[in-house]
Design a protein around this ligand. Structure first.
Ligand SMILES: Cc1cc2nc3c(=O)[nH]c(=O)nc-3n(C[C@H](O)[C@H](O)[C@H](O)COP(=O)(O)OP(=O)(O)OC[C@H]3O[C@@H](n4cnc5c(N)ncnc54)[C@H](O)[C@@H]3O)c2cc1C
Length: 353
């Protein structure tokens, strides 16, 4: 990627231990201690030492899915900067590619596309690290990493050893897994099974299909899928750009709420998707707008992005307190108007809404 900030995991961090320097929101107070690990062994040693000393640990990679309180994090912050992409398995149809946890996710996607490997192309442009993708089962434009992950290698703080976890053990769900809101595991490497094909996985997402001039279910050249996704994302402020404050966010602040069919029936006409097991998924952005919070709706130095209703952004003078105040106003407004509860998608560290 030509955009330097898209590769921000490689940036030399500024001096000091203010966590705002390591988050895409540019918010968060100081770390108790801050240690950078470039090898898996170093990362394990930091976590082991903290466990032995009874100190809390925060693993931070790209900082693109965390909201850290203004008081910071009083324990050990481990900055994960491990690197490496290599093929570890192959059959006639596919290869298994292992990415080190600290590898920049979009570099991994670019590697797959360049090498004719299909399965993650629609996840182009998502900030952060490869190792964080299983944490919330990262997804966009009809793909999620649960479709391609075949193993996660993680240090288990309780067992005190490195384990290879199967997809079933990872417990993937919608923006969820056993790893989220759980500091038991330090993800070290992730194995993806990618199809040997110059064509994308069948396109599922209607907006993407429209932009490609394709039908749902069609396959298109990998590079075309990647470029089209990057363009769509950039138009919504969903590709990091240091000059564009609409991208100083954690991406979507709220997940799309999932309600029972009974609750949905009582809500009246609105866009929705089946979520299985008698549940219905509702578009959080639609609910937020209809509850009276348009793009650009502002708080103290923070605002809803001018390009995407789900992104809460720091305009440069914001604080975590102000961001969470804005989130509360929106959540309460949606609850009052629709009786539907919105839940934050990022991990909240030393703060709450
Ligand atoms: C502009 C923008 C667009 C986005 N678009 C999307 C999108 O389309 N889809 C989507 O799903 N997400 C999206 N996100 C959210 C975010 O990019 C992803 O969740 C990403 O995977 C987070 O990676 P990270 O390295 O920045 O994680 P961090 O923010 O550093 O960490 C997130 C959480 O994972 C934990 N963690 C991180 N690495 C490890 C590890 N190796 N082992 C154990 N725990 C770990 C952290 O402790 C923390 O709890 C977007 C964010 C932004 C800013």
């Amino acid at each position: 990627m030509p955009d330097a900030f898209a590769d921000h995991l490689n940036d030399t961090p500024p001096a000091g231990n203010t966590l705002a320097a390591y988050t895409t929101l540019r918010l968060g107070g100081p770390a108790g201690t801050l240690t950078t690990a470039v090898h898996a062994d170093e990362a394990i040693a930091v976590v082991r030492a903290a466990s032995a000393a009874g100190r809390p640990v925060l693993v931070l990679a790209g900082g693109s899915n965390v909201v850290i309180g203004d008081a910071g994090f009083p324990g050990e912050v481990l900055l994960l900067r491990t690197r490496g992409i290599r093929v570890v398995g192959e059959d006639p149809a596919a290869v298994v590619v292992r990415a080190a946890a600290g590898e920049t996710w979009d570099d991994f996607v670019a590697y797959a596309v360049t090498n004719g490997l299909s399965g993650v192309e629609c996840l182009s442009g998502i900030p952060g690290s490869a190792g964080a993708t299983p944490i919330q089962n990262v997804g966009a434009y009809g793909q999620e990493v649960a479709h391609t992950i075949v193993a996660v290698h993680a240090y288990d703080r309780i067992a005190g050893e490195v384990r290879e976890m199967s997809p079933a053990e990872c417990g993937f769900g919608y923006r969820a897994s056993v790893f989220k809101h759980n500091d038991r595991y330090l993800v070290l490497d992730v194995d993806f099974r990618l199809e040997k094909s110059g064509e994308s996985a069948p396109i599922k997402y209607a907006e993407l299909a429209r932009s490609l001039g394709a039908e749902a279910g069609d396959r298109v050249p990998l590079a075309l899928a990647r470029d089209t996704v990057l363009k769509l994302r950039a138009g919504k402020g969903m590709v990091l750009d240091p000059e564009d404050r609409d991208t100083w966010s954690v991406g979507s602040f709220f997940t799309n709420p999932v309600v029972t069919e009974e609750v949905f029936a009582a809500l009246g006409e609105m866009p929705h998707w089946p979520a299985g097991d008698g549940m219905v998924k509702l578009p959080a952005a639609w609910l937020i707008e209809r509850a009276g919070f348009p793009k650009g709706f502002a708080g103290e130095g923070v605002a809803i992005s001018g390009k995407h209703t789900l992104a809460l952004t720091n305009r440069g003078a914001g604080s975590t307190a102000a961001l969470l105040d804005l989130a509360r106003v929106i959540r309460d407004g949606v609850r009052e108007r629709f009786g539907v509860e919105l839940h934050p998608e990022p991990v909240l560290i030393n703060c709450a809404i």
